[in-house]
Design a binder for this molecule. Structure first.
Ligand SMILES: Cc1ncc(COP(=O)(O)O)c(C=O)c1O
Length: 396
C-alpha cells in the first residue's frame, strides 16, 4: 500500500524552533490546521503550540480536542449553527466582510463569553499589498474575496471588535512580513493604536523553520508591534510546523512504452492525493531507492539509500510518472533515474506532510455536501450525510 510517512522527531524539531521564536518575541504561535491536521502529529506539536488556527467548526473542534489552548477561527462566511457552536468554545472569531460582521454582530455580542472577554471578535483586513508570485495563493490579488480593504472600514460600526487579522504571505521571509506590516500600518495604524484593539493576528505564510529565515528580524518586529501598539500578537503558520517532515511512499504498478514515452504507473494519484501538483502546479522532489544514493528525503529509514530523480533526459532512464486513475492529466511529471524502474519498486515523493494529507481528506475541514437522491415522485431522500466523525476519522 502507498503510505504517507510522517516523522514525529522532525515535527518536534520544527515545533521547538517555532516555540523559541514565540517565547523570544512574547507572541503566540498557533498551528494552522488547514496545512496539517494529522491527529497523531498534533500530539507532538501540542506542548509547543499556543493553540490552533481553524478555518471553521470542524477544524476548531479538532484543535480544541487534540491541541488544546487557544482556538482562533477565521472563515470567509459562517453558517448560523456553526457560529452558535463556536461561540461556546472559541477564543477569537474573525469575520471576513462588513456584511458578515453586521449579520452576526447581535448574536455574538449577546453571548456571555463575549461579554466576559473569554471570546474576542475580530476582522480580517486586506492590506492590498502583494508580496507573492503565485496568484492562486495571493489573498491581495485584484478581485480577492479575502479580507476587508481600508475603504470599506470607513463608517462601519466596529463596536465589539477587538482584533485585527491579516494573512497575505505564502512561503515567505521576515522581510516580506515587515514590508506588509508597514503597508498595513499606513492604512490601519490609527485603528491598531486605538485602545479598542487588543490583538493582532499576522496570519500564516511565514517560513520560520527554513534554515535561511531571518528569525531575529521577525522577533524584533513582533516585539516592536507589542510595545508600540499594546496588543497581543498571534502568528498562525501551517507549513512551517510540518515542512520537511513527511513523504509519500508509492509503488510502481506498471511500466510500459506508449506514444514515445516510457510510463510508470504508481499507486498514487496527483488528483486524489496531491492536488497541488496539478493546481499550483508544482513538481515534487522524487527519489528512488538505490544502494549508491546520497539523497536526503524528509523521512529516511534504516538501511535505505535514496537517489534523487532529475529532469527528463538528465539521467539515463526517463519515465512519465502517472496515476492509476482515468484522468488523462493525472500525471505527477517526467523524471529521470539512474537505474531503470521495475514493477514493485518504491518511489518516494518528498515533503508531503503539509497541505497534501489535508487535501487527501477534507481541506479546511469544510463539511462535505450531503449526497441525496431525487425519486420519480419528486421526493428527495438523503443517502449520506457526512459528520464531524467522518472528518476526524480520516485524519489519522
Ligand atoms: C488565514 C490563514 N491563516 C494561516 C494560513 C497558513 O499559511 P501557511 O501554511 O502558508 O503558513 C493560511 C493558509 O492559507 C490562511 O489562509
Amino acid at each position: 500500500m502507498a503510505q504517507f510517512l510522517i516523522s514525529l522527531p522532525a515535527l518536534e524539531r520544527n515545533a521547538r524552533m517555532l516555540q523559541e521564536v514565540a517565547q523570544a518575541a512574547g507572541a503566540h504561535m498557533l498551528v494552522a490546521l488547514k496545512a496539517f491536521s494529522t491527529t497523531a502529529g498534533l500530539g507532538v506539536l501540542k506542548p509547543y503550540a499556543a493553540g490552533c488556527c481553524a478555518s471553521g467548526l470542524y477544524e476548531a473542534r479538532l484543535g480544541a480536542r487534540h491541541l488544546g489552548g487557544h482556538v482562533a477561527v477565521y472563515s470567509p462566511a459562517y453558517r448560523e449553527a456553526e457560529l452558535a457552536e463556536l461561540l461556546e468554545f472559541a477564543h477569537h472569531i474573525d469575520f471576513n466582510s462588513i456584511p458578515q460582521w453586521q449579520r452576526w454582530r447581535g448574536l455574538c455580542l449577546a453571548h456571555p463569553r463575549v461579554q466576559s472577554g473569554q471570546l474576542q471578535l475580530g476582522l480580517r483586513i486586506n492590506p492590498c499589498f502583494s508580496t507573492g508570485h503565485t496568484a492562486l495563493y495571493d489573498p491581495c490579488v485584484p478581485g480577492s474575496r479575502l479580507g476587508i480593504p481600508a475603504d470599506q472600514l470607513q463608517g462601519a460600526d466596529l463596536t465589539g471588535i477587538s482584533g485585527l487579522h491579516f494573512h497575505t504571505l505564502c512561503e515567505q521571509g521576515a522581510q516580506e512580513l515587515i514590508d506588509t506590516f508597514r503597508a498595513f500600518e499606513k492604512q490601519f495604524g490609527s485603528l491598531l493604536a486605538s485602545p479598542q484593539i487588543r490583538y493582532l493576528n499576522l496570519g500564516g505564510g511565514h517560513w520560520i523553520t527554513k534554515p535561511d529565515y531571518d528569525r531575529p528580524a521577525l522577533i524584533n518586529l513582533l516585539r516592536e508591534i507589542r510595545e508600540m501598539y499594546h496588543v497581543e500578537v498571534y502568528l498562525e503558520p501551517g507549513e512551517a510546523w510540518a515542512i520537511h517532515t513527511g513523504v509519500l511512499r508509492a509503488r510502481v504498478l506498471d511500466i510500459f512504452e506508449s506514444l514515445g514515452y516510457q510510463h510508470a504507473i504508481l499507486d498514487v494519484s496527483a488528483s486524489a492525493h496531491m492536488p497541488d501538483v496539478l493546481e499550483m502546479p508544482y513538481r515534487p522532489e522524487v527519489y528512488a531507492l538505490h544502494p549508491a544514493g546520497t539523497g536526503t528525503p524528509a523521512v529516511q529509514l534504516p538501511g535505505e539509500h535514496y537517489a534523487p530523480a532529475a529532469h527528463p533526459g538528465e539521467k539515463a532512464h526517463t519515465y512519465r510518472l502517472g496515476a492509476p486513475t482515468c484522468l488523462a492529466g493525472d500525471v505527477i511529471g517526467d523524471f529521470s533515474f539512474d537505474a531503470p524502474l521495475q514493477v514493485d519498486d518504491t518511489v518516494i515523493l518528498d515533503d508531503m506532510s503539509h497541505y497534501t494529507i489535508v487535501k487527501t481528506t477534507h481541506f479546511n475541514g469544510v463539511p462535505h455536501p450531503d449526497i441525496a437522491v431525487l425519486h420519480a415522485d419528486g421526493s428527495i431522500t438523503t443517502a449520506k450525510r457526512f459528520s464531524y466523525a467522518d472528518f476526524e476519522s480520516r485524519l489519522g
